[in-house]
Ligand binder design. Structure first.
Ligand code: HSE
Length: 426
């Protein structure tokens, strides 16, 4: 039976899960995959982590050179995170022809061109299923499941931490700050909470997934990004009463005007399949020209779900003689001539405070009319004491630029103050 030696760099949550899966399932893979996957080497400075996993002393490497020069190591798994040490170690591995499996979305998103060039030069494999949506096999699906299609759009919940926070806020009315602490305690939040809550994590993943789906480099810098820190329980409640659920969405579309890629909070109708994706679960909804709609759902983070994606990549690499590279020209920047849409179209939810007097509604309607924005539905709640009222408006689809213009006109007037503006994925 073919024996394949594995090295794991970093035994944190994901590296530890990978180690456990490989150890637990070794015989299962011998039987079902006809390959013997053996952990030959680990690089982890924290003795407590090594002890917790019961790593044998002969498996422990003291530096990266020892790992990459080990003739028994065929595949190196990078679970360090970040882009400095990880990039140096991954390049060191690829430069000597070792296949690399990584879970590092920031690294792959920012440096895939450089890493892939090194891999191709040495005919080494470079696999990154675990970088996007953890245990959900979205990369394999795009490469090997729906590649017969022109992908028209993708819409997903691809960050577990923010989905957990928004689900909790929606279920219990809790404030954002309180729920963030809970999410961090559960262990799938990034070390720097801004990476999750400001949408960077989802934007890294969307950059990778959109590049694969649309067969052209979609740089991270082209992804429109807005986080969830400004979402109030009041807006979540208003949305609920109108039949919506709040989600941090990652949206990619191939349109006549160009590629549209955006990450932002948005209301989805409660009967949309993504509305019922709760807690830390992730899901991604693809539309292809032949297959129609496909939805994948599962855990996007955690030691075993992410370890599952890593080990699946290891098995793929160990059982295929040809390496698979990106199905697009992998460059540092977008290809010449590829257009990206900045003035995208969406429906919008707007909450305004107004002075409750005659003619206010018609003035608001006039601002909407001038900007060619059509109203889909509206609620008004008055308050007798201070003659103020809250108005909630949901619009039909319109251009982002039109809504921004309407917001600045309303805020500059003496009739209304726009308290919040959120997109609605109708
Ligand atoms: N922090 C990420 C999340 C982990 O919450 O989804 C997986 O990328």
């Amino acid at each position: 039976m073919k024996k394949v030696g594995i090295a794991i760099l970093g035994l944190g949550v994901v590296g530890g899960g990978t180690y456990r899966i490989l150890t637990k399932n070794r015989e299962f893979y011998q039987r079902t995959q006809e390959v013997d996957l053996v952990v030959e080497s680990v690089l982890e400075p924290d003795a407590a982590k090594l002890k917790a996993l019961g790593v044998a002393p002969e498996e422990i490497a003291s530096n990266i050179a020892e790992v990459v020069c080990n003739p028994d190591v065929n595949i190196i798994v990078e679970c360090i995170g970040g882009t400095e040490v990880a990039r140096e170690y991954v390049l060191a591995a690829l430069n000597v022809g070792k296949t690399v499996v990584t879970s590092n979305k920031e690294l792959y998103c920012k440096y895939s061109h450089e890493l892939e060039r090194a891999a191709k030069r040495q005919n080494a494999g470079l696999y990154y299923e675990a970088s996007c949506v953890g245990g959900v096999p979205i990369i394999r699906t795009l490469l090997d499941g729906v590649q017969s299609n022109r992908i028209e759009s993708m819409m997903g919940i691809i960050n577990g931490t923010t989905n957990y926070i928004l689900t909790k806020m929606s279920e219990s009315g809790a404030a954002y700050e309180d729920v963030l602490k809970e999410a961090q305690a559960l262990g799938y939040a990034e070390a720097d909470p801004d990476v999750d809550v400001e949408g960077y994590d989802a934007a890294y993943k969307l950059s990778i997934l959109a590049s694969l789906a649309f067969h052209t480099k979609v740089p991270f810098t082209k992804v429109f990004r807005e986080g969830i820190t400004g979402i109030s329980p009041e807006d979540i409640e208003n949305g609920k009463s109108l039949g919506y659920r709040m989600k941090l969405l990652a949206i990619g579309k191939q349109t006549h005007e160009g590629i549209e890629v955006r990450v932002h909070p948005a209301f989805v109708r409660k009967d949309h399949p993504l509305a019922s994706v709760g807690g830390s679960f992730n899901a991604i909804f693809l539309s292809g020209d032949s297959v129609g709609d496909v939805m994948l759902y599962g855990k996007g983070a955690g030691e075993f779900p992410t370890g599952s994606a890593i080990v699946s990549d290891i098995i793929y690499a160990a059982t295929h003689s040809e390496n698979k590279y990106s199905p697009f020209k992998n460059t540092a920047t977008a290809d010449k001539g590829v257009r990206f849409v900045s003035d995208f179209r969406s429906a919008y939810y707007m909450r305004l405070t107004v002075t409750d007097r005659t003619g206010v509604l018609s003035k608001i309607a006039a601002v909407f009319g001038k900007n060619n924005i059509s109203i889909l539905e509206m609620i008004q709640r008055g308050c007798e004491e201070d003659e103020k009222a809250t108005i909630v408006i949901v619009t039909h689809e319109t251009h982002e630029a039109a809504i921004r213009n309407a917001v600045s006109k309303l805020n500059a007037s003496d009739i209304a103050k726009v308290e919040s503006i959120l997109r609605v994925a109708l």
